[in-house]
Design a protein around this ligand. Structure first.
Ligand SMILES: [Zn+2]
Length: 643
């Protein structure tokens, strides 16, 4: 008797002709890859270099993930796709705005039902290249590509959203940091990315209200508050949480399973979410970390996959999983709300999961294009560079001994993924590997806003002496626009206060070119007085910005030299007294506004490509389409590397 087999069988339809597989690893620094290949530490990538291609990959200006991945997806420059920064501004109101997209909460009818569903609005103009393949009947599997959200309605393939997928509050990730040791100063802080919550124990029990789903109705509290009852067992080092659906006990040093939540906003509208807890300490003191309220994969507030049911099918296949795009909680690490080793183990678990999904989707076949991306490489480099640069203000020998090679460790893990994927390919498949940009140490923060004030371009309300004026208000509040010629917000550039574009612009379009040239000249000559080193390697202007991108485009963009970035306070629009400050933030490696020519990514392919002499991140899409015999859309600015 034949044995029944209901598993997928390879067939003509399962593998029809050549396939292209692209693996993306955010923020891999080529000089480290070179050194590791030379030492034989990346055998799978070394094999690709030997048999196919290994070279630097040109990135965007700025060399920043939302910008670079938008160029990857659309094969266009920022002047066309319109994404320039994490933080942008609305020129008519000077209000800070999300640089790449935002979640619009649902609109509710008078009876509390949903009149207009929630939706995610991307700043990006232009379609992703996998849609061109889909239109030609090619089956694409797109797994967690950064900043390709909202997901595309593929007719033939499937897609799972990655970076860009918000939590249910619409933020990149707002986790909760609960402890009885939270100080008043911490409570006053609004660090972004999370909240401190003070636990006040009566004996061994405490109750706190936690902010959950947004209440979109006007005049209501911003979010639905839900009580969380905790009990600590100080002897056995456990915390028990009485959740609406379950009682969960977690030991010190452990994670809970995923908790499912339903938040009742109105009698006829609720929001579902998932979250996890980690108990850092359960003894004399209690410290508890709770992830953001992530979209429930079976009932997300907005679709996080295509087809929409795919995210739920994955939960059936693997159990509940991390859905939020900012999946490694760097903010909690920076604020000491998540210990280093917990952060690293959690980041690795996420990498493992995306690898498992990718390998399974390879095994399941039925595709001509598969793209999967990982972000651990980038997040670990951002947060642990302090231990690999002896000149970094947070460097310690002890830290270096423990974490000095942790970035390399993520690269070895990347190499393992590459090996496992390569092992599943057919001889005529094309495999391409990329990182969107490289990495630098971030030793010194430069306050762009302070520099603009000191040089007479930016004026603060009620302060007339440019030598001393400061601004402690964030997000462009507190400036005197009637005396301002140029201002800064975000990490990457300067905007003129331009008549006709800015709400209270004073610079005429005729004056603009000379003013841009003057500021550019001054910045290029600027040195750090302590070190004598040049602050900028390059200053760029955005030429030929298209209609959709024009209002978002900074008038000057930075190309910082090694060691410098815009200070965090300046990126928020504040102006400190000091021009330069040592970077004492764990966010110690960066690339955000580094000179693009010094911040290239990596590119590998499993076969020689005749056009891959100086490839750009815009070239992978056209290459994939050409390989699949799909016509390359005429408005692409990248080129096929096969030609
Ligand atoms: Zn990064």
């Amino acid at each position: 008797m034949p044995v029944a087999d209901d598993g997928p069988k390879p067939s003509e339809a399962a593998i029809a002709g050549p396939r292209v597989i692209i693996l993306g690893f955010d923020g891999v620094e080529p000089s480290l890859v070179d050194a590791m290949i030379a030492k034989g530490e990346l055998p799978n990538l070394a094999k690709l270099a030997k048999d196919g291609v290994y070279t630097r990959l040109g990135t965007t200006v700025p060399a920043l993930s939302p910008v670079a991945w938008a160029s990857f997806a659309t094969s266009t420059t920022p002047a066309v796709h319109g994404v320039f920064d994490f933080i942008g501004r609305n020129p008519s109101t000077y209000r800070a705005a999300g640089g790449e997209g935002h979640l619009e909460q649902p609109r509710l009818a008078a009876d509390g039902s949903v009149a207009t569903p929630a939706r995610y609005m991307s700043q990006r103009t232009g379609d992703a290249f996998w849609l061109a393949a889909d239109a030609q009947g090619k089956r694409a599997k797109i797994i967690r590509v950064p900043f390709a959200f909202p997901v595309d309605a593929l007719k033939h393939g499937l897609m799972l959203g990655g970076e860009g997928v918000p939590d249910i509050r619409g933020t990149a990730s707002t986790s909760l940091w609960m402890s009885d040791t939270v100080t008043d100063e911490q409570l006053r802080e609004t660090p972004g990315g999370g909240y401190y919550i003070k636990l006040s124990f009566a004996g061994d029990a405490a109750t706190v209200n936690i902010p959950t789903a947004r209440d979109p109705r006007p005049g209501r509290a911003a979010s639905v508050q839900v009580p969380l009852n905790l009990a600590v067992d100080r002897q056995n080092h456990t915390v028990t949480m009485n959740l609406p659906t379950a009682k969960v006990t977690v030991e010190q040093g452990q994670w809970s399973e995923w908790t499912e939540w339903t938040f009742v906003v109105t009698p006829v509208f609720n929001v579902q979410a998932i979250s996890r807890f980690h108990v850092i300490e359960a003894g004399e003191h209690v410290r508890l970390y709770m992830t953001c309220m992530e979209m429930h994969p079976r009932a997300p507030l907005v679709p996080i996959s295509a087809p929409p049911a795919y995210s739920g099918e994955l939960a059936d296949r693997y159990g509940l999983y991390e859905t939020v795009g900012w999946s490694h909680d760097t903010n909690a690490l920076r604020k000491d709300a998540l210990p280093e080793d917990v952060f690293l183990a959690d980041a690795r678990a996420e990498t493992d999961w995306v690898e498992k999904l990718t390998l399974d989707e390879l095994d399941r076949q039925h595709f001509e294009m598969l793209i999967a991306c990982w972000t651990e490489t980038d997040r670990v480099a951002h947060t642990f560079w302090r231990f690999r640069d002896p000149k970094h203000p947070l460097y310690t020998a002890e830290g270096a001994a423990k974490y000095g090679a942790i970035v390399e460790d993520t690269y070895r893990r990347m190499d393992e993924t590459v090996g496992k994927v390569a092992g599943k390919l057919a001889a005529d498949d094309l495999l391409m590997i990329l990182s969107d940009h490289g990495f630098h140490s971030f030793r010194t923060g430069f306050s762009v806003t302070t520099w603009l004030i000191r040089n007479g371009y930016l004026a603060v309300e009620g302060q007339t002496d440019p030598a001393t004026a400061i601004n402690e208000k964030d997000f462009l509040n507190g400036y005197d626009w009637s005396r301002t010629k140029a201002y800064g917000i975000g990490v990457g550039g300067i905007y003129l206060n331009l008549k006709g574009r800015e709400g209270r612009g004073i610079v005429s379009p005729e004056e603009a070119p000379a003013l841009i040239a003057e500021i550019k000249q001054k910045l290029l000559q600027l040195t750090n007085p302590d070190t004598g080193k040049k602050v900028f390697s390059d200053i760029y202007t955005v030429d030929n910005a298209q209609a959709g991108a024009k209002a978002n485009a900074p008038d000057l963009q930075f190309g910082y030299a090694e060691g410098f970035q815009t200070s965090k306070s300046s990126a928020r629009g504040e102006a400190t007294a000091e021009l330069f400050a040592p970077n004492k933030d764990k966010w110690s490696g960066d690339h955000a506004a580094s000179a693009a020519k010094e911040t290239k990514g990596i590119f590998f392919a499993n076969k020689p490509l005749s056009g891959a002499t100086d490839p750009s991140i815009m070239d992978l899409g056209p290459t994939a389409l050409r390989f699949l015999h799909v016509e390359i859309p005429a408005d692409y600015q990248g080129k096929s590397l096969l030609d």
